[in-house]
Design a protein around this ligand. Structure first.
Ligand SMILES: *[C@@H]1O[C@H](CO)[C@@H](O)[C@H](O)[C@H]1NC(C)=O
Ligand SMILES: *[C@@H]1O[C@H](CO)[C@@H](O)[C@H](O)[C@H]1NC(C)=O
Ligand SMILES: *[C@@H]1O[C@H](CO)[C@@H](O)[C@H](O)[C@H]1NC(C)=O
Length: 307
């Protein structure tokens, strides 16, 4: 699917203002609906949804983003609850300054009719889903399908960087953007470097890694990957193998310890986190939201009381 472009969001902003002024007072309950659009546009066009609607007319125009990043969260069609949580995790982050960042949920072909109907609703409501031409199976070429499809799917509006991450990773986009800002835009392979065989980072851990657009474009064209049957297997290790054999992704950056796995028995979050991985249940997502103050500072009301 083709996502709405930045321009369409920009065009929608004045419309949003009209909606706020004229329609919403009579439509209070649908407020959440417009918030979703605001959040989506916030990341792509530098708008901050409702907040900006109040100040935008007199505020100076946001400067051109310095670079752009596509974040692909690999997940599965039926993992709706998790997707909902992860979507909130991205929508409620402080927006990244100076970068266009789009977050998309990525999965293979939807085969179940119930999933198909419910995913259709998500697409209508959020417009943040990409369905690849592959069969669901984590270690059977999904990452290859993702990285090799992106250059074609987004050819009309390419990104500087393409990220693959998972739905058990809490990614702090602004922190990642700060890391990327001063990096080269080409031949980049960045993530949690996994030391192996005496090498410091022959591959990046699957919790989340970034390649530059040229690297993704190379993957899309590299017949050798298919010839070697190198699409199946542990996806993170395989990506490293493709790049190592071809001498690609030579600008490597290891974001340890700012990217890390949570311990099984301890929520070892750190304040300078770029990505925390292993958020495998709601309790851990709740712990993350508390730790990073996402739950703090909402408006008091007599309509709710939370412990
Ligand atoms: C995925 O779905 C498309 C469209 O229905 C179909 O053409 C394609 O063969 C499917 N691919 C796989 C791997 O199942
Ligand atoms: C590729 O791998 C699959 C699964 O391991 C196997 O069935 C197939 O025969 C392999 N193909 C080649 C060309 O090695
Ligand atoms: C969350 O807020 C508290 C209180 O303001 C602050 O001390 C703490 O550093 C914040 N945590 C993070 C991860 O920013």
């Amino acid at each position: 699917m083709k996502p709405p472009s930045s321009t369409s969001c920009l065009l929608l902003a004045p419309l949003g203002l009209l909606l706020v002024v004229f329609v919403l007072p009579s439509l209070r309950p649908s407020r959440v609906g417009a918030d979703g659009l605001g959040a989506l546009c916030a990341r792509r066009a530098g708008y901050d949804g409702w907040y900006t609607v109040k100040v935008a007319p007199s505020a100076p125009a946001e400067s051109e983003p310095e670079f752009s990043l596509l974040v692909g969260v690999l997940t599965m069609p039926n993992r709706r609850e998790r997707r909902d949580i992860v979507r909130l995790a991205y929508a409620l982050q402080p927006r990244a300054v100076g970068a266009r960042v789009d977050v998309r949920f990525v999965f293979c072909n939807v085969t179940d009719p119930v999933d198909a109907a419910l995913v259709a609703l998500e697409i209508k409501r959020h417009g943040d889903i990409v369905v690849l031409d592959c069969t669901e199976n984590m270690n059977d070429g999904k990452t290859y399908a993702y990285l090799s499809s992106v250059p074609r799917l987004f050819a009309g509006n390419p990104y500087d960087y393409v990220m693959k991450t998972d739905d058990d990773t809490y990614l702090r986009v602004a922190a990642l953007v700060d890391e990327l800002r001063g990096k080269p835009r080409e031949d980049v392979y960045l993530g949690y470097g996994y030391a192996m065989g005496g090498q410091p980072m022959p591959f990046m851990h699957g919790m989340g890694y970034v390649v530059s657009w040229d690297v993704a474009s190379w993957v899309a064209k590299a017949g050798e990957i298919l010839d070697r049957n190198d699409t199946a297997g542990p996806e993170d290790l395989m990506v490293g193998k493709w790049l190592n054999l071809a001498g690609r992704g030579r600008n490597r950056y290891d974001l340890k310890p700012r990217m890390y796995d949570l311990n099984w028995d301890m929520d070892n979050f750190r304040p300078d986190t770029v990505a925390a991985h292993m958020l495998k249940d709601n309790r851990r997502w709740a712990a993350a939201f508390r730790y990073f103050n996402v739950t703090a500072g909402f408006k008091p009301s007599n309509l709710y009381h939370l412990p």
